[in-house]
Design a protein around this ligand. Structure first.
Ligand code: AMP
Length: 586
């Protein structure tokens, strides 16, 4: 049985498997490990994912989606080309690609996965993630909170580290998760979790882009989708460049309309633009530290997630916490590595048998209730308080409010607001009760929150009426028939690997071919042959190499033609020296 660990991130998706006593990252078809969480619909209706899709955000923003993870579990959808897609469908395409890459790597089918989710993901978002995996043909053997996965790997890969408490800050592209973890021997106990599902590096890019428009007197809304995408990309590149110790400033340039606009981003300006984002980070940190019992005696702050590479972020944390944080080795891969270790635990790998990890419930869970008949607005009767250790089960009895009442109806909520109107409704159940005077009849509500962070509810009335449900967002809960249809729809769309043909290059080569002499024609023909052959084999690395080779040939022959107009007509007068080397087979 192959179970893989997947970090389905806002910006990147990674997969990992536990083999020969190690967590091994699974390479993608691009020759790396980080697959961009981006999806683009090609003109022929096929789908590409990964870096090529992210690139198309610049050229085809109307056909491309990225950072859709922030909409998981909501009603949001987007039209790419002529089709509408929901976030879980977009995620399913990336997961399908990951599944294919893993099967190629392991040379065996992969049907199960441990998937990491932001700790602060609510029930809807967790269910949407499960649905995405199902649509991609993967059974989810466990959803694990991202910081918990990071903690598992951190502990597992630092066996000699002292026992004690760690604060793990996972600052990614679109989410922030903070958890306090206690490590003792092989026991990793998550003590408390706080987070913000809409806070990450993307917000910093947006702040830079906004400032760019302000200083250049540009209206952001007046930019074309292509210009907007180019500006966001430039903003991200400039931000990333400033994480290098030797870079003090980075120039952002944007050609828009007739003009070119510029902004010089230095560290000081970046720190200033990050201030509102960091204020929100501080709020989340304070919320975690409010749990005094968990927070007492934290030995170390460990940073993970792509945005934790920012020196301005380290400075901010150092000031706030009066201690320099430790940046985890591979901060953008640690969650995937942790998910890989958890997959190994699920596979019952011997080397991992001693590891015990306990997790907590990030939100309070409760029932809408009225204290008396005069209560205008229902408030939340908490059955499972936040930070309860998982799995957890609690019950409570609720009584009738009116004489002759025949039913008790329960609405279930998740959140920290006193009034339920400020919390997330998860579902409802109704049971019959025998008629009687107010307060004489009751129903017992049992909440069980499992290790995947999914709520099961059971209600039994004094009259013996029983109801049970697993809370699933009705918008996400598909019947078997609907599930089959959704899977057919997803599977009917062909997934093209990154080996998509560069049509422009292809067209240039063909037009050049006509104008060349025999020797060069033969060379170009060989280049085209290699390119098409690699594409037929769907070997992405070979396609990349062949593409570079063909590009070199095209550039070189064009240059030579431009220098010798006579040859343009007759293909004469040029010596073909075979300087350009054919790509080698691996
Ligand atoms: P993650 O969701 O953990 O993959 O993190 C993605 C986020 O990290 C994106 O917002 C990236 O722009 C950001 N990021 C990645 N590398 C760097 C870097 N070297 N410096 C600053 N931000 C980075």
């Amino acid at each position: 049985m192959n179970i893989i660990g997947i970090d389905l991130g806002t910006s990147n998706t990674l997969a990992c498997v536990f083999r020969n006593g190690e967590a091994v990252l699974i390479p993608n078809g691009e020759g790396g490990y980080l697959t961009k969480s981006a999806v683009s619909v090609m003109e022929d209706g096929t789908i590409i994912t990964g870096r090529a899709a992210k690139e198309r955000l610049l050229t085809h923003p109307d056909r491309t989606a990225a950072s859709y993870k922030v909409f998981m579990g909501t009603e949001w959808d987007t039209c790419l080309g002529q089709q509408y897609f929901k976030p879980e469908e977009l995620s399913a395409f990336v997961l399908r690609q990951i599944k294919q890459d893993a099967e190629k790597f392991l040379q065996e089918p992969v049907e199960e996965a441990v998937i990491s989710v932001p700790a602060y993901f609510n029930d809807n978002q967790r269910c949407a993630t499960k649905l995405a995996a199902q649509l991609a043909g993967l059974k989810v053997s466990r959803l694990i909170n991202e910081p918990s996965a990071a903690a598992v790997y951190y502990r597992w890969s630092n066996p000699d580290a002292e026992d004690g408490k760690l604060m793990i800050v996972d600052f990614g592209g679109g989410t922030l998760d903070v958890s306090i973890v206690e490590c003792f021997d092989n026991i990793i106990e998550i003590l408390c979790i706080a987070g913000d599902n809409h806070l990450g590096g993307d917000d910093i890019d947006a702040a830079i882009a906004k400032h760019f428009c302000e200083v250049n007197h540009l209206s952001q809304t007046a930019l074309t989708p292509e210009e907007k995408a180019a500006l966001m990309r430039q903003a991200e590149n400039a931000k990333t460049a400033l994480s290098e110790p030797e870079t003090d400033s980075s120039l952002i340039k944007l050609p828009a309309g007739e003009k070119e606009y510029m902004l010089n981003l230095d560290r000081e300006l970046l720190a200033k633009l990050c201030e509102p984002v960091f204020k929100r980070v501080e709020k989340v940190l304070r919320r975690a530290l409010e749990n005094k019992k968990a927070a007492r005696g934290i030995r170390r702050v460990v940073l993970v997630g792509g945005s934790s590479r920012m020196p301005v972020f380290h400075d901010f944390l150092e000031k706030l916490m009066s201690a320099r944080p430790v940046i985890a080795a591979d901060p953008d891969k640690i969650v995937a590595l942790g998910a890989g270790v958890c997959a190994g635990i699920k596979e019952r790998r011997e080397e991992l048998q001693d590891i015990v990890m306990t997790d907590v419930c990030p939100f309070s869970l409760g029932v809408a209730t009225y204290n008396s008949q005069i209560d205008r607005e229902p408030h939340m009767a908490v059955l499972i308080p936040r930070s309860s250790m998982l799995p957890v089960s609690h019950s409570s009895r609720f009584y009738t409010l009116h004489d002759g009442q025949e039913h008790l109806r329960f609405e279930f909520y998740q959140g920290e607001d006193y009034f339920v109107s400020g919390n997330l409704k998860l579902g409802e159940l109704k049971v019959r009760v025998p008629r009687g005077i107010a307060g004489s009849q009751w129903a017992e509500v049992v909440f069980t929150y499992d290790i995947n962070g999914i709520l099961h509810v059971g209600v039994e009335s004094s009259g013996g009426d029983k109801r049970e449900t697993v809370i699933l967002n009705p918008n996400l809960h598909l019947t078997d028939e609907e599930m089959k249809e959704a899977m057919e729809r997803i599977n009917s769309i062909r997934l093209t690997t990154e080996a998509h043909r560069d049509e422009q290059l292809f067209a240039q080569a063909l037009s050049l071919y006509e104008r060349l002499g025999d020797e060069r024609r033969a060379a170009l023909s060989r280049g085209l042959e290699l390119y098409c052959g690699a594409q037929d084999a769907q070997d992405i690395i070979a396609v990349r190499r062949a593409e570079e080779y063909l590009k070199e040939l095209v550039e070189r022959f064009r240059e030579e033609l431009s220098q010798d107009p006579f040859a343009q007509l007759y293909g004469l007068g040029m010596d073909w020296d075979e300087d350009t080397e054919e790509p080698e087979d691996e």
